[in-house]
Design a protein around this ligand. Structure first.
Ligand code: G3H
Ligand code: 13P
Ligand code: ZN
Length: 328
C-alpha cells in the first residue's frame, strides 16, 4: 500500500523514525521489501509482524537517470504486488523544481523533496511555495530543506551551515511544506566526521522548540557507515579509509526530538560493494550475476531489518495498518 510520508509521520512522531532508503535497481528493491517484512531469506518467507516496518523508498535524480525512471516505477509497482503486506511511501529525493513537477504529474510519487537549500532564504521560500501549491493540488506532500549539510572538507559545526531555528519556523509558515530537512551536523557519503564533530542534538532541540508542535523533521546523511561492512570491503580488496557515519545509538534520541525520517543510502552501497567483492573473491570461477545478486538480496534484507530495529520502526507495521484502515 502506497501512502504519503505525512500519514507515516503522524504515527511515528516523537517515538521512532521511518527509514528512508534509496534504491537504484531490482536487487535493492527486492532486498528492501523483504527486509521491511522480515522475509530475510526469500520472498516466500512468512511476513514477521514482530520486525515488520513501514518505510519510505527514495528515488534520487541520479537513480531516475541510471537506467530510465520508468523502470523504477515498474519495479516498485511489481514489488507492491509481490509483497502486498508492505506499507510505504514513494519519495523523490533532492528534487529540483522541474523534477518535482515531473514526479507530481506522474501520479506515482506520494511525496517529493524540493531541495532549494543552496538558494538564499527568500528564494528558497519562493521555490518551495510554488512546489507545495502544485503538489498539494494533487494530494502529494512536500519535504523542503533549510540549512546546508556539510562535506568532509567543510566545518559543518559552523553556524553558517546549520539550520537556524527562528528561520525554520518562518520558513514552515511561509512555504506550507509538510516536513523539513534540517542541517544538524550530518553530511552525505561515507566520510562524515573528522575529529570531534558529531550530531548537534542541542541545535535539533532548539529547532523542535521553534517549529509548530509535532512538525516532522528529517535527517539526511544518516548512514552509520558500519565498521563491519567497511572492514569486509577492505578485506576483499577495497580501499575505503577513514570512513565514519552517524552512530546508530543516536537515531532514537533524534526521533524523540522530532526527527521522523532518517535517510540511508551509503550503507546500502557498502553492503552491495562488500557482497560483490566477497563473492568474486571467493568464487573466481563463477560468472553468473545471479550468484552475487542472491547473496546481496539476503544481506540487504538482513541489514534493513537490523536498521529498522535501531530506528524503532521494527514491529510498527500492523499498528500503522490499523491506524490507516481506521481499525484503531
Ligand atoms: O542524497 C543523496 C543520495 O545519497 C542520492 O545519491 O544522487 O548518487 O543517487 P545519488
Ligand atoms: P547517506 O549518504 O548518509 O546515506 O545519506 C543519504 C541521504 O541523505 C539521501 O538523501
Ligand atoms: Zn540527502
Amino acid at each position: 500500500m502506497i501512502v504519503t510520508t505525512s500519514e507515516l509521520f503522524r504515527h511515528a512522531y516523537g517515538k521512532y523514525a521511518l527509514g528512508a532508503y534509496n534504491i537504484n535497481n531490482l536487487e535493492q528493491t527486492v532486498g528492501l521489501f523483504r527486509g521491511n517484512l522480515g522475509k530475510v531469506k526469500s520472498n516466500d518467507d512468512p511476513t514477521n509482524p514482530a520486525v515488520s516496518a513501514p518505510f519510505i523508498i527514495q528515488i534520487s535524480r541520479g537513480a531516475r537517470s541510471y537506467s530510465d525512471k520508468r523502470f523504477l516505477e515498474a519495479m516498485i509497482r511489481t514489488a507492491e504486488a509481490v509483497f502486498p503486506d508492505a506499507i510505504f511511501a514513494v519519495h523523490l529525493d533532492h528534487g529540483t523544481e522541474e523534477t518535482c513537477y515531473d514526479a507530481i504529474d506522474s501520479g506515482f510519487y506520494s511525496s517529493v523533496m524540493i531541495d532549494a537549500s543552496h538558494e538564499p532564504f527568500e528564494k528558497n521560500i519562493e521555490i518551495t511555495r510554488r512546489v507545495v501549491d502544485r503538489a498539494h493540488a494533487k494530494g502529494v506532500v512536500v519535504e523542503a530543506e533549510l540549512g546546508q549539510l556539510g562535506g568532509v572538507e567543510e566545518d559543518v559545526q559552523g553556524s553558517v551551515c546549520l539550520t537556524d531555528p527562528g528561520q525554520a519556523a518562518e520558513f514552515i509558515e511561509k512555504t506550507g511544506c509538510d516536513s523539513l530537512a534540517v542541517a544538524i551536523g550530518t553530511s552525505h557519503g561515507a566520510y562524515k566526521f573528522t575529529g570531534t564533530q558529531g550530531l548537534r542534538m542541542d541545535r535539533l532541540a532548539e529547532i523542535q522548540k521553534a517549529v509548530p508542535k509535532n512538525f516532522p523533521l528529517v535527517m539526511h546523511g544518516s548512514s552509520s557507515v558500519p565498521k563491519e561492512w567497511v572492514d569486509r570491503i577492505n578485506a576483499a580488496g577495497g580501499k575505503i579509509k577513514n570512513a565514519s557515519g552517524v552512530p546508530e545509538e543516536q537515531y532514537l534520541p533524534a526521533a524523540k526530538l522530532g526527527i521522523c525520517k532518517i535517510n540511508i543510502d551509503t550503507d546500502g552501497r557498502l553492503v552491495w560493494c562488500a557482497t560483490l567483492r566477497e563473492v568474486f573473491r571467493d568464487k573466481p570461477e563463477d560468472f553468473d550475476l545471479r550468484t552475487s545478486g542472491k547473496v546481496f538480496m539476503a544481506n540487504y534484507a538482513e541489514y534493513i531489518a537490523h536498521k529498522n530495529k535501531m530506528l524503532g520502526s521494527a514491529g510498527m507495521l500492523e499498528s500503522v495498518r490499523a491506524l490507516l484502515t481506521g481499525r484503531k
